[in-house]
Design a protein around this ligand. Sequence first.
Ligand SMILES: [Mn+2]
Length: 358
Amino acid sequence: MNKVARFKEALKQEEVDAIIISKPTNRRYLSGFTGSSGVLLLSKSRDYLITDFRYKEQGRKQAKGFEVIQYEESLVKSLQEIIQKLSLKRVGVEKDTVTLDTYQEYVENIKEADFIPVRDYCSGLRQIKTREEIVLLKKAISLADAAFLHIREFVRVGQTEKEVAAELEYYMRKLGAEKNAFDTIAASGVRSSLPHGLASNKVIKKGDFVTLDFGAVYEGYHSDMTRTLIMGQPDAKQSKIYNTVLTAQTEAERKIKPGMTGKEADSIAREIIEEAGYGEYFGHSLGHAVGLDIHEKPFLSPRDDSVLKAGVVVSVEPGIYLPDWGGVRIEDLVLITPQGCEVLTKSPKNINEMIIDK
Ligand SMILES: [Mn+2]
């Protein structure tokens, strides 16, 4: 079954004649259309992509199996014409995406149908990656891996965090990345205790930890990795914190397998960090799935009871952050396989490979 057929199968739980897909990543997943504007209308009989003049030609090339409609007056008017033509009575809308404003516009202008808020079934399907998606994710991951090896040679005491982040981003773009997966995190010294410290004008000093969290987008698919460099020989405390995070990270990768819940996966790393006495300094969850979005379900989190399945690509990213001292995070992406998990991020992560002594 193709993606659209699988989606319609899942949607049978809702009593709707059709659904409007507005979330850009769902629109892309179901149709292949990569433009920034438009909606899909999927009905039992026919499927439409409704977009504007800018995307008509592109839509026809990309959205195979969809009738492409270029709206003239307004998107709502085109929707209404299709709803009339197909005699649709109950039309689903994605309740986590459509704004109240748009919802009201539908309700007020299209009296022929009722609009039913529907949960995001497409994101459920998107959890299990197809073979083609895994190829694209691996490509996005390889771009970030290459950039990390480059930056390990590039980084010097005296550079600012922003210079390092810019070099990482430029290098990934030069290798073929469409864009950054998110704003690059480059947090050095005491700033490394900020789990999401965006690159600043701070100058990197001898003795600093430098946490780099970055990723590339390749054909819509995101990579996400973190490594923490050490500017010089680590002292005993730095070694202890680093190796505690590394042990938590590698043990989680060794043990995560399908059938486990997100909560169980999280606890593998969390227990190791707690036993070392740093439990209160690991204040975020262990990981999140990635794909067309940078943060997707399921989450490896104390609050996620959903069961992990083979085909999910998820981050494994424990950290310890000591306020006014610094912090360490190490993050790989892994593919959950029928047997366990395959680590897709290939960059080194042992402490002696993180030392920048120049
Ligand atoms: Mn991440």
